[in-house]
Design a binder for this molecule. Structure first.
Ligand code: P1T
Length: 379
């Protein structure tokens, strides 16, 4: 089945009792049992819920995975994955990543004895020298948030396999429409489904998907044992959002490309971060592992003046200044004070993230209106 058909149909069957075409919201915490232990596969909604089952089957199909698990947020999904590791295990992480993931790793999980090392991975050859016998997980984002660095999933997977290390890819920025990390050798795909998958900025949710049975068993156990599960209503909204993922992504990519090029030709713009430019350092990798370049674009104004950047971010009429991304509406974010404020400034700057960087999540509005808005805001 091709992507658009999977987005609409995978995992979703008409409801057997009534024929309802849309998966109902099974708003129940528990299920009647005929006799102790004799039930229809559903006992308690932390463990299983039919709306969640339909969504998980759909998500697995989109990521070419055998198994997918939905969680109450992207960070809940990441936290659940990290719980399969043990004190003194080491994790190698891309140096540019969502600030909340950094905070979870350094301020929460490190307390339990795991060690995290943040390194640039745009050149996969940089990785091997940082591995130790304790390295158990490599965590990458690609494209990265917010610098749009691209990491060669296949090259990293070759290394992780050689040393028997699990490779997890945060696929939030690309969405499964643009990139399927498991096809390139990753062991786990993680999503903040809050973003492109949901697509309408009305649900917070996370996903883990894998083809490895051993990991799937751990995730199923932990999903129930830890319990960071999404509500049935949210699973319904996610299924509904996913039905138009392919249509939305096409327009996000079209608008993203138009805006990236427009910004690049603007006399007041110093640098535009977007992996669709042929001179982006890893453009060839992006072309190979992604189907298009997405709707996330970051930029820095000439003069590198924080006050001027703040003035521009406060002047938009169509873009909304807000955290998050991937919804139909265009958003503008200031990573240094918003999404990446939990990463110490020194660490941010080491990774190349300046306080003056402006991040755009280009929505699916009319590109001409978006460009007019950017034009009046930048001046
Ligand atoms: O917000 P949540 O659903 O918990 O997902 C966390 C997360 C994980 N990975 C990436 C790449 C992300 O971008 C996020 C959330 N990011 C934002 C809220 C943001 O504006 O960047």
């Amino acid at each position: 089945m091709k992507f658009a058909t999977k987005a609409i149909h995978a995992g979703v069957e008409p409801e057997p009792h009534t024929g309802a075409v849309m998966t109902p919201i099974f708003q129940t915490s528990t299920y009647a049992q005929e006799a102790p232990g004799k039930h229809k596969g559903y006992e308690y909604s932390r463990t299983h819920n039919p709306t969640r089952t339909a969504l998980q089957n759909n998500l697995a199909a989109l990521e070419n995975a055998k198994y997918a698990f939905a969680f109450a947020s992207g960070l809940a999904a990441t936290d659940t994955l990290l719980r399969i590791f043990r004190p003194s295990d080491e994790v190698l992480v891309t140096d540019d990543l969502y600030g909340g993931t950094y905070r979870l790793f350094v301020q929460v999980i490190e307390k339990f004895g795991l060690k995290f090392k943040f390194i640039p991975m745009q050149n996969a050859q940089n990785i091997e020298q940082h591995l130790t016998s304790q390295t158990k997980l490599i965590w990458i984002e690609t494209p990265t948030n917010p610098l749009m660095n691209v990491i060669d999933i296949e090259a990293v997977a070759k290394i992780s396999k050689k040393y028997n290390i699990t490779l997890a890819v945060d696929n939030t920025f690309a969405s499964p429409y643009l990139q399927n990390p498991l096809d390139w050798g990753a062991d786990v795909v993680m999503h903040s489904a809050t973003k492109y998958l949901g697509g309408h900025s009305d649900v917070v949710m996370g996903v883990l998907a894998t083809n490895r049975e051993d990991l799937a068993k751990e995730f199923a156990f932990l999903q129930n044992a830890v319990g960071a599960v999404p509500a049935p209503m949210d699973c319904f909204l996610m299924l509904r959002g996913i039905k138009t993922l392919h249509l939305r992504m096409q327009r996000h990519c079209e608008n993203g490309a138009k805006i990236a090029h427009w910004l690049r030709s603007h006399p007041k713009v110093e640098k535009v971060f977007w992996c669709g430019f042929p001179d982006h350092p890893n453009h060839e990798v992006a072309k190979r592992q992604m189907r298009d370049f997405g709707g996330m674009v970051s930029f820095i104004l000439k003069g590198d003046d924080l006050e001027e950047a703040k003035r521009v971010m406060s002047s938009f009429k169509v873009f909304t200044l807000a955290e998050s991304l991937g919804g139909v509406e265009s958003l503008c974010t200031h990573p240094a004070t918003m999404t990446h404020a939990s990463i110490p400034k020194e660490q941010r700057e080491k990774a190349g993230l300046k306080d003056t960087l402006i991040r755009l999540s280009v929505g699916v509005e009319d590109a001409e209106d978006l460009i007019e808005d950017l034009s009046q805001a930048i001046g």
